[in-house]
Write a protein of this length. Sequence first.
Length: 287
Amino acid sequence: DKATDPSIPEENWECIQQFCDQVNADTEGPSHALRLLAHKIQSPQEREALRALTVLETCVNNCGDRFHTEIAKFRFLNELIKVLSPKYYGIWSSEKVKSRVTEVIFSWTVWFPQEVKIRDAYQMLKKQGIVKEDPNLPEDKILPPPSPRPQNSIFDTDEEKSKLLARLLKSSHPEDLQAANHLIQSVVREEQEKSAQVSRRVSTISEVSENVKHMEELLESYRRQELSPADQETLQTLFQRCEKLRPLLFRLASEAVADEEVLAEILQANDQLTRALGQYRQVVASQ
């Protein structure tokens, strides 16, 4: 309550640090802390919600892997989504709070790329139109990596950039800090493109799987001459859509040449699609 007190003009950093210490000291600290913070972030008082978000970000920076594991669970991510969703608290949450929550979730997709649930939650918000575009980092604000940074951070894959960023952040010169900010933003953009590729792949493969399954069911009914005219139209529409999915799979395969596991997944989807299209031509087109 003290760390998120909306009645005081400035953040109480002593209380915030004590809160972090308590999280680290208690075996169940991360799960208890996030349950409390979710309640405060959903507060109708703007200042209390913003203070709670500050506490949350401070915990991410200071409370280590146990805390990172908890924020990446749908149980907590759903509480943040409620602040943005018009079906829940989004109808009365202030724009400032919603903007900050969006920035927080987006920053986690960058700093915790291995946490699939965070990325999925963010992509869902974009798909539903709740998040229209990725938030821009202000030119004068450095996006600080959590300390300690998790393994597999986007900077861990490029040692040269990691060293350059560390040197720039230690500098007291404004131009170096601005250069660090530009470096972070360029890496973020690269990571966004990778994330978009993953999203396209997951979406396309999922659509292939669903369409193939539906086609096979309708073809079975067609063989038994039990298909209604409406279902026959649906079957034809599915066939046409599946034909359009083939070039998409080829494009995805060309993007994934370097990753054997992903390439195998795409080729497997292509095999399913080819088989379903062949069955359609054999059963329907031949008649």
